[in-house]
Design a protein around this ligand. Structure first.
Ligand SMILES: [Zn+2]
Length: 675
């Protein structure tokens, strides 16, 4: 199939060299620094003040053009060269952003515009952008002086370095392990998993199948391998990654975590907060740390009874198999067996119905029905053969572009994410349309067949596409409040978790599924089994998320900063209270908890649950009005997806629902209540 060429000015991934990027990034930093150096005082006229604000947006946009590409390549095509360049540029970049955040004349310029009589006549998005900028100046230490100011800059630079180290250690530790398997060790694995592990072997020029810690391989072993010792071995490798418990001490994140926590607490104190959790909450929708804590503890109360029942069932089925004491490496394995027994459902029986191309096409048809938008694949230079480029059209007009890069491979960081590359913005050359990347670590295609996705992977795809729509359907033209920018972090997971609901609907599943051979959609009995199993272990899963969220909140709340032993003790204590399956003493989950040590979720992991309340409650309206109701879809798009940071998260929600959020729908969507 030949594709038409991209209509948006996409990056030339086939031509970009790291040298080019280096030059462009250094140039962007230099331009920014020069501008800051020249701005010695607040310009006289309001027009000149406004043009300073415009210039800052333009500089930010330019930075994204080059730094956005390097960050992306460093995440999906990581190698010695990308890593080295990234590390080399990080200090200068951090220095620039610190200088920007603490630039007093710049801050005063924003303040002047804010206080001017003209402020009320500015477009609402611009007003919000200015208010948020003023808040962020304070959170970046614009008020600091002398030694404190210098110290803040040092901390900032060091923290960005440590986040990068943390992330690299996790990737290196994940890639350091591989294990050729014997025929006997494959027992229990479905053919598709065996083929995948053989493919891993071939990539290493080995005759035997190979198990790795890449998520498709790891999950295949944990779900299916009858060999309990093998499961235990893989489990141990996985949960000790980047720790002192692993065979690779050079990737140990223990000192990195300690230093990160210590610097975060010091920074929070410098800025006048009691602790880092308070600092984090200062820019979020949740009012304060205690509210979040209470929210999580109450949610845990709802989850506890179902979770206890679920774990009892799990222990029971393991016992029938002669397992007296259920261990963490048994949990996924017997869960799959239990699911088969209770619902006559296996991941494996579903997979042939979810070939990736069909799922993607189905996803596009779902968003077409909801929002009237159309997706077209177009030809564009790409960084890897797995990647694809698409454009989003509304009434025949291209409004944004996005890339999919969905399959696990070596050199790609774990997990799934959306990252905005270009934001919607008014520029000198007219309106710049938003472009983003959506990345996954799905089971890759094996042989000539398209990738067959698990229902979990289908869910993840919808989740990331929700983030993507948030980025692309924005109608805001200010870069700092367009798309997900300027949206309170604990509300950012609303559009993403909201989209997941469409993977649990018959009508929608009909358009997502087509058997790889028979071309049939999901048959009635499988559909019923899938829907019946929807709440399977929802109590245990919720408690697990709460465990992570409380751990994150607590280690950022407690001062003075915790050392490694205390971090472990905090986690143990929370597990004691909330986990239903005891873990093992060597488990070092925290050492690869990239969300909070290398991502943006520090004292913010609770955001998933917080935003799930919003997503569930928003979806509740669709349930009442029809889940493909175009009017409701249009209103959701207008109130939530279009506004970026123009409206506060609470206002945006109220605009859609007509009232404040309630938790009832979430409890019902977990299968815990009927109302
Ligand atoms: Zn997300």
């Amino acid at each position: 199939m030949t594709l038409e060429k991209a209509t948006l000015p996409v990056p030339q991934f086939d031509q970009i060299t790291l040298d080019d990027l280096k030059q462009k990034i250094e140039q962007a930093i230099e331009q920014g620094q020069n501008f800051l150096n020249e701005l010695q005082e607040v310009p006289q006229s309001i027009q000149a003040q406004l043009s300073v604000l415009d210039k800052i947006d333009t500089l930010e946009n330019n930075m994204g053009e080059s730094w956005g590409i390097l960050s992306h390549l460093n995440a999906v095509m990581n190698n010695v060269e990308t890593r080295e360049l990234y590390q080399t540029l990080l200090p200068a970049l951090s220095e620039y952003y610190t200088a920007l955040g603490q630039h007093v004349p710049l801050y005063q310029t924003y303040q002047h515009v804010h206080d001017a009589s003209l402020f009320d006549t500015l477009p609402p998005a611009q007003q919000s952008a200015i208010k948020l900028a003023l808040r962020d100046f304070k959170l970046s230490g614009v008020a600091l002086e002398g030694e404190n100011k210098k110290r803040y800059a040092e901390i900032s630079a060091r923290l960005s370095q440590l986040a990068s180290d943390f992330s690299n250690h996790v990737l290196d530790a994940t890639q350091a392990f591989s294990k050729p398997l014997t025929e006997a060790q494959l027992k229990g694995l479905p053919q598709s998993s065996v083929e995948l592990l053989k493919q891993y072997g071939q990539q290493r020029e080995l005759e035997q199948p190979v198990a790795t810690l890449d998520i498709p391989s790891y999950l295949a072993i944990m779900t299916y391998a009858d060999d309990r010792e093998l499961r235990e071995e893989l489990y141990k490798e996985y949960v000790t990654r980047a720790s002192e418990q692993s065979a690779h001490p050079s990737f140990d994140n223990t000192p990195v975590m300690e230093e990160i926590l210590s610097l975060r607490q010091e920074m929070a104190k410098l800025l006048g907060f009691d602790n880092y959790a308070e600092y984090s909450l200062a820019s979020k929708m949740a009012p304060d740390v205690e509210t979040v804590n209470q929210f999580l503890v109450e949610l845990a109360e709802h989850a506890r009874t179902p979770a206890l029942k679920e774990i009892a069932e799990l222990k029971d089925i393991a016992k029938q198999d002669g397992i007296e004491e259920l261990k963490p490496w048994d949990s996924t394995y017997y869960s799959e067996k239990l699911k088969q027994q209770q619902f006559n459902l296996s991941q494996e029986s579903l997979k042939p119905y979810f070939p990736a191309p069909k799922v993607i096409q189905g996803l596009f048809s779902v968003v077409n029905r909801l929002y009237g938008i159309t997706v077209v694949e177009r030809e564009a230079p790409l960084w890897h053969a797995d990647a694809h480029y698409y454009e989003l059209e509304d009434q025949g007009v291209v409004i944004g572009g996005f890339y999919f890069d969905l399959y696990a491979r070596s050199g790609k960081r774990g997990g799934a994410w959306m990252s905005g590359f270009r934001s919607r913005m008014q520029t000198e050359n007219g309106l710049q349309k938003p472009i983003c990347y959506m990345v996954g670590n799905f089971t890759p295609p094996v042989g000539d067949q398209p990738a067959l996705l698990t229902h979990d992977e289908v869910n993840t795809l919808f989740h990331e596409f929700g983030h993507g729509l948030h980025h692309m359907l924005t109608e805001v033209d200010n870069i700092s409040v367009a798309g997900t920018h300027g949206v309170a972090w604990d509300a950012v997971e609303l559009p993403s978790q909201f989209m997941e609901f469409w993977t649990w609907d018959k009508d929608s599943l009909d358009s997502l599924s087509e058997h790889i051979e028979s071309k049939e959609t999901l048959p009635e009995e499988l559909l019923k089994a899938l829907l019946d199993a929807r709440f399977f272990q929802s109590g245990m899963q919720t408690l697990r998320q709460i465990e992570f969220a409380l751990f994150d909140l607590n280690i950022h709340k407690i001062t003075p900063a915790l050392n490694a032993t205390q971090i472990q003790a905090t986690l143990d204590d929370i597990r004691q209270k909330f986990a239903v399956l005891p873990t093992v003493s060597y488990n070092r989950f925290q050492n690869s908890f990239s969300h909070i040590f290398a991502g943006g979720y520090a004292a913010g992991y609770y955001s998933y649950k917080w935003a799930e309340v919003l997503a569930s409650d928003a979806f509740d309206r669709f349930e009442n009005e029809g889940i493909f109701n175009t009017q409701t879809g249009t209103e959701f798009r207008k109130a939530i997806l279009a506004v970026g940071g123009k409206d506060t998260a609470l206002d945006a929600f109220i605009n859609f629902r007509g009232r404040e959020p309630k938790i009832d729908a979430l409890l019902r969507h977990q299968g815990w209540t009927n109302t």
